[in-house]
Design a protein around this ligand. Structure first.
Ligand SMILES: *Cc1c(COP(=O)(O)O)cnc(C)c1O
Length: 421
């Protein structure tokens, strides 16, 4: 076979070609015409056991919700073994897992996850936002750490089944504009200490109550970022920064804790001697600046070196900006959308020369979070926010996305969940 060409800088792993490249390398059995000897993950085999102890739903933004410990009544689990493939998935009462102390995930970080939300729309309907992209990315992540592959569409159906079951109660119709947080997870649960590919794995999906961090309670108005120090990097070429694997997050908590203690909200992760700007916490990072030639650009780091996460929000921001910010809007000047490497000194110069228009972070948890300040090696950069508590571009993009998520505008990215009675 001819060697696969490297992905161009702007190619997303979540588009078909990128996914196929990943699967060809790591999970050839999913390629059509491959051998399917063992059962695949199959949502149509889902069995259901309902809880006999339904719990009460906490009030939005109550202390219970802020503690981020409460999950809904049910969860979905599916066990995989090397010898028998995927067992029938189960929807069952939420509760503890049983793991042997030797389980692979507890020793070798064979764990990956996704983060997405279930939205209660202003039209009364439940929606997911582009769930197929999260399911594809889960496959990119699981196969990066030697966990089994699966058809992403089956995972999506399992997520939908759990949302249809618990959504109606836990996101009541009387609370439009609210959401739950969905955490699909896969762990190696092979009870064997050998340093090797897990022969057993558990996929599970839980749904948690989650505070609304983009309004009032969270980092507002404007997040403050602390640029990472020389002695700490989040990800590197050839590593796994592009995968949502637990191994990326534990080691970042020290820096994040220090940032919080100093009054900052998140770390702005830099890479390399030239201080390339990559991501902000677990969000992608965007700037809008005016070039010295006078044009406006929306700039974010590229995916090519695989050191940043291919965010669903990032993709959506880029796609909406390309479609709607090309000059059609009468209030907002057109921007050129650019995915390229950029360095901290470019950002500093843009601030110092008055060319920086705004900056924002984008991800499911914090949504579109305007940035008010960045501290970089002792220099405090003040980032403009034209509309007081947000930049004009971040504000417009946030509204467009919310309209899709909460059903104010019907769009193919909003996937409606038919609710169980
Ligand atoms: C999850 C995550 C993001 C955001 O991805 P979304 O799909 O938009 O939620 C960005 N960066 C990192 C490191 C992440 O873990």
């Amino acid at each position: 076979m001819a060697p696969t060409l490297e992905a161009p800088e702007t190619t997303s792993q979540l588009v078909n070609d990128g996914l196929k490249r990943t699967i060809t390398k790591t999970a050839p059995s999913l390629i059509p015409n491959g051998v399917h000897a063992l059962p695949e993950l199959d949502a149509s085999r889902l069995t259901t056991t309902l809880t006999s102890h339904p719990r009460s739903v906490p009030l939005p933004d109550s202390d219970e919700v802020k503690a981020q410990r409460t999950c809904t009544d049910h969860m979905v689990t599916a066990q995989w073994t090397l010898s028998a493939g995927w067992a029938a998935p189960e929807l069952k009462p939420y509760g503890p897992l049983s793991l042997m102390p030797t389980s692979s995930c507890l020793h070798y970080a064979t764990e990956c996850f996704e983060g997405m939300k279930l939205y209660r729309g202003f039209d009364g309907r439940l929606r997911l936002f582009r769930p197929s992209l999260n399911c594809r990315r889960m496959l990119v992540s699981s196969t990066r750490i030697a966990l089994p592959s699966f058809p992403p569409a089956e995972l999506e159906q399992l997520i939908i089944a759990l949302c249809a079951r618990d959504g109606p109660k836990w996101l009541p119709k009387e609370r439009p504009g609210s959401f739950l947080y969905i955490r699909p997870t896969m762990i190696g649960n092979d009870p064997a200490l050998g340093v090797q590919k897990p022969k057993e794995a558990l996929l599970y999906i839980i749904v948690a109550c989650f505070p609304n961090m983009s309004a009032g309670t969270g980092p507002k108005p404007g997040m403050k970022l602390l640029a990472s120090q020389e002695d700490m990097v989040r990800a590197w070429p050839g590593g796994f920064g592009y995968a949502k694997v637990g191994a990326n997050y534990g080691p970042s908590l020290l820096a994040q804790g220090e940032a919080r203690a100093k009054g900052y909200d998140q770390i702005l992760w830099l890479f390399g001697e030239d201080c390339e700007v990559t991501e902000a916490g677990a969000s992608n990072f965007f700037v809008v600046w005016r070039t010295r030639e006078g044009g406006l650009q929306l700039v974010t780091a590229p995916l090519g070196e695989k050191i940043i996460l291919d965010g669903v929000t990032r993709r959506s921001v880029l796609e909406l900006a390309r479609e709607r910010l090309s000059g059609r809007d009468e209030e907002l000047e057109a921007v050129e959308v650019v995915e390229r490497k950029f360095q901290m000194h470019e950002l500093v110069e843009a601030v110092e020369e008055g060319r920086l228009v705004e900056a924002f972070a984008a991800g499911t948890a914090f949504f579109i979070a305007p940035i008010a300040a960045i501290s970089f090696r002792g220099k405090d950069l003040k980032i403009p926010m034209a509309k007081g508590d947000t930049g004009a571009y971040a504000g417009a993009i946030k509204t467009w996305l919310m309209d899709i998520m909460y059903g104010r505008c019907q769009h193919e990215w909003g996937v409606v969940i038919e609710e169980e009675e």
